[in-house]
Design a protein around this ligand. Structure first.
Ligand code: NI
Length: 182
């Protein structure tokens, strides 16, 4: 069990573009993924990207089963995606609150495409190919942004809809359940 330090906003590695993974099945890749799961679960995130633990490789993990904050959301299967590619399926967008383990204690409202297709490799070298929408689509987009050095704060529509979670909570600013970090 290795809980890694999660890099925080301001650390320049978070703004860099990550490299493709050449060998998804290598011992090195498997160790990185293990550390990512230990770290994500320790901090109760719903997703994590490798650069958040300082590894500039195109690996993301995400997923949750019964999250009490999202009773209406279908569970997102626990997934490891290596070298992911996202295709936006149509032009409809939706705005919702996001949090990030690299920006602890803060929340911001971000507009993103509702429906996407994503592909990527598993550590076994199999191709995952899914069409998803809603929260699932949002989490995948948030994680894959990390691989291109993009944090959600770069996508805020309105800086007035960005703030400390406890203030937003106290002032009932959410019209949806408060989000988890990813
Ligand atoms: Ni994040």
């Amino acid at each position: 069990m290795t809980i890694r330090t999660v890099l925080r906003l301001g650390e320049p590695l978070l703004n860099q573009c990550s490299e493709a993974v050449i060998d998804p099945g290598s011992a090195e890749t498997s160790r990185i993924i293990e550390d990512m799961f230990d770290t994500m679960k320790h901090y109760q995130g719903v997703g994590l990207a490798a650069p958040q633990i300082g590894v500039l490789k195109r690996i993301v993990i995400f997923g949750f089963k019964d999250n009490e904050r999202y009773p209406d959301q279908p569970p997102v299967p626990e997934t490891i995606l290596i070298n992911p590619v996202i295709k936006v399926l149509d032009s409809s967008c939706e705005s919702d609150w996001e949090g990030c383990l690299s920006i602890p204690g803060m929340r911001g409202r971000v507009s993103r495409p509702v429906r996407i297709q994503y592909t990527g490799l598993t550590p076994q070298g199999e191709m995952i190919d899914r069409e998803v929408e809603g929260f699932h689509a949002r989490v995948v987009q948030h994680e894959c942004d990390h691989l291109d050095g993009i944090l959600y704060v770069q996508r805020l529509d309105d800086m007035r809809e960005f703030g400390f979670q406890d203030e937003l909570d106290a002032n009932h600013r959410y019209d949806t359940p408060p989000p988890c970090d990813s």
